[in-house]
Design a protein around this ligand. Structure first.
Ligand code: C5P
Length: 300
């Protein structure tokens, strides 16, 4: 097959991340409420002599181009499923900050999977694609689905959620990353021997999403990994404080961090908080986005 396929795929923020105790397989059961936001990568695949990955964008130098990249792993997984070679050139136009906590790598995995599926005309069902996403990583199915969803299990078992309006966010991008396994391990360490209840989605949070009510959502957001992320990266406390001081309705670590997320009332509020964060000197970059937005979408 000739030609190319381009897929657009969004970043996410976790508005609730409730983490259970460690499971015997090393993962943690979650109640993980995802919201897709309007920062996107574009993943283009075209036939090539061998599988290779290239990347362009401000953070491109930090993106691995070998087969550890989730986009390459997605192509290999789909090819193996359909007994074919994975000889494609995958190009990632990266606009999602490379810092952790916004599922940029997961987005590229879901994007490459959907793009290869379209290029090769496999006829895979949505369930099959979601199954491959879940094998690639806990956050990858949500990148395919987008919108808003509750993730159970390790985050891969998704139930779509109704959302009654747009929510406006500012994201502060930290210097360097944080290892996701290290943040979960730090969460376990900080909890010590405490009995951890099974994670449950907050009814107040689901109501706030359904109503499109930013103030109610701000009162309900939570992230059980936040203390662990701040423990490993104490400088995040100053970033959170800078956003709060500038009038953010809520300030939180996004996922396992180190990106921090600030819920604001509207686009004007976003500009004010973004300016304050930019001049605070507590982060590497600042981005503004609203959500929900659709998941991975074939553009051409
Ligand atoms: O699934 P994914 O590869 O994104 O997970 C990366 C790491 O994050 C896992 O190896 C595990 O240490 C941690 N994790 C977890 N519980 C989850 C999701 C991820 O402990 N539900």
């Amino acid at each position: 097959m000739t030609g190319s396929v381009t897929v657009r795929v969004p970043a996410k923020v976790n508005v609730q991340l409730a983490v259970g105790g460690p499971r015997s397989d090393g993962y943690h059961d979650l109640a993980n409420v995802f919201l897709a936001v309007g920062l996107h990568d574009e993943v283009t695949v075209r036939p090539a002599d061998e599988l290779r990955v290239t990347c362009a964008g401000p953070d491109a130098a930090q993106v691995p181009l070998d087969h550890s990249n989730l986009a390459a792993r997605a192509a290999l997984a789909l090819a193996a499923r359909y007994g074919r070679d994975a000889n494609v050139h995958i190009h990632i136009d990266k606009d999602i900050p490379v810092a952790g906590g916004m599922a940029g790598g997961s987005a590229d995995g879901a994007g490459a999977l959907l793009a290869c599926d379209a290029l090769w005309g496999t006829g895979a069902s949505r369930e099959e694609l979601l199954g491959i996403c879940a094998e690639l990583g806990s956050d990858v199915p949500f990148s395919l689905v987008g919108g808003a969803a509750l993730g159970r299990g390790r985050g891969e078992l998704l139930t779509p959620l109704p959302v009654g309006g747009a929510f406006h966010w500012v994201f502060a991008v930290a210097d360097g990353g944080l290892s996701t396994p290290a943040v979960y391990a730090e969460c376990d360490r900080l909890r010590g021997a405490a009995d951890i209840p099974a994670p449950e989605a907050s009814a107040a949070l689901l109501d706030a999403l359904r109503a499109g009510d930013a103030e109610a959502l701000a009162a309900a957001v939570s992230n059980d990994l936040q203390d662990a992320a701040v423990s490993l990266r104490p400088s995040l406390a100053a970033t959170l404080e800078a956003g709060r001081g500038a009038g953010a309705l809520a300030a939180m670590v996004s996922g396992s961090g180190p990106t921090t997320a600030f819920l604001v009332p509207d686009a004007a509020g976003a500009r004010k908080v973004a300016d304050a964060l930019q001049s605070s000197g507590t982060c590497r970059a600042v981005r503004v986005a609203a959500g929900p937005v659709p998941g991975a979408t074939v553009l051409s």
